[in-house]
Design a protein around this ligand. Structure first.
Ligand code: KIV
Ligand code: NA
Length: 264
């Protein structure tokens, strides 16, 4: 088997085949998701919340994300690995975006990068694709802008639909190979998906996008507490792991572990 390429994803759209995408930040999940047939893995800046324990995605840095991307690339053989450009690493303009993206490609072996924004980052997307770096765009709700967007809110309601549509058109025009639509009204996501030649990847954008993405700890129930409405939980990893740790701790306290078979 060979690595998935961006043109495979465009071909899938032309055939009408939907595909799943997940985040991954480490060796074991990357290897497992790769072997399970997930064609695209995102080392998201959501590592800020889901790995490093920050409150928002804003604090995470390129230096923190590069080792995670490297681990995910090394652990996989088929999936296309997308590295998220963190807040503050591309907003200054095309030159800064190129510097950051080149680090993810050279130092970590990423196959593509992702950045947030529509019309406002079109020049960055052009510069990266012009340098041979595939770009996944991300419009609608963009977590790095949560303070100006007023928190986690659905985008593209009513008159705002035209804003999201204009952003999706701009990133396509600039050369993006795919676009994430986050918390976009379902009918707007459907319209964008129909119009654009590149795949749309929905998260909280309804059933009519070409692909779907979720944060793996949300999908697998490792993150506890109330999940956003767009998350579906496929497992209770927090329950499974919590139970395993409790039984291990009990066994150590009672002397049940280690037993003869664990002893040299
Ligand atoms: O960082 C992330 O996990 C993301 C996806 C949810 C699209 O950007
Ligand atoms: Na992200």
């Amino acid at each position: 088997t060979r690595r998935v390429r961006t043109r495979d994803l465009i071909a899938a759209k032309e055939r009408g085949d939907r595909w799943p995408m997940l985040t991954s930040y480490d060796q074991y999940t990357a290897s497992l998701f790769d072997r399970s047939g997930i064609p695209v893995l995102l080392v998201g800046d959501s590592a800020a919340n889901n790995v490093f324990g920050y409150e928002t995605t804003l604090p995470v840095t390129t230096d923190e994300l590069i080792p995670l991307v490297r681990a995910v690339v090394r652990a996989t053989s088929t999936a296309l690995i997308v590295a998220d450009l963190p807040f503050g690493s591309y907003e200054e303009g095309p030159a800064q975006a190129l510097r950051t993206a080149v680090r993810f490609m050279k130092e970590a072996g990423a196959h593509a990068v992702k950045l947030e924004g529509g019309r406002r980052v079109a020049a960055q997307i052009e510069a990266l694709t012009g340098a041979g770096i595939p770009v996944m765009a991300h419009v609608g709700f963009t977590p790095q802008s949560e303070h100006i967007l007023g928190g986690y809110r659905v985008q593209g309601r009513g008159d705002a639909a035209e804003e999201v549509i204009a952003d999706a058109r701009a990133v396509t025009e600039a050369g993006a190979f795919a676009v994430v639509l986050e918390m976009v009204m379902g009918d707007v996501a459907k319209q964008i998906t129909k119009e654009l030649p590149i795949p749309t990847v929905g998260i909280g954008a309804g059933p009519d996008t070409d692909a779907q993405v979720l944060v793996w700890q949300d999908m697998a129930g490792l993150r506890e507490g109330k999940a956003p409405r767009f998350v579906k939980r496929y497992a209770d990893l927090a329950g499974v792991l919590g139970d395993a740790v409790k039984r291990y701790a009990d066994d150590v306290r009672t002397g049940e572990f280690p037993a003869a078979e664990h002893t040299f």
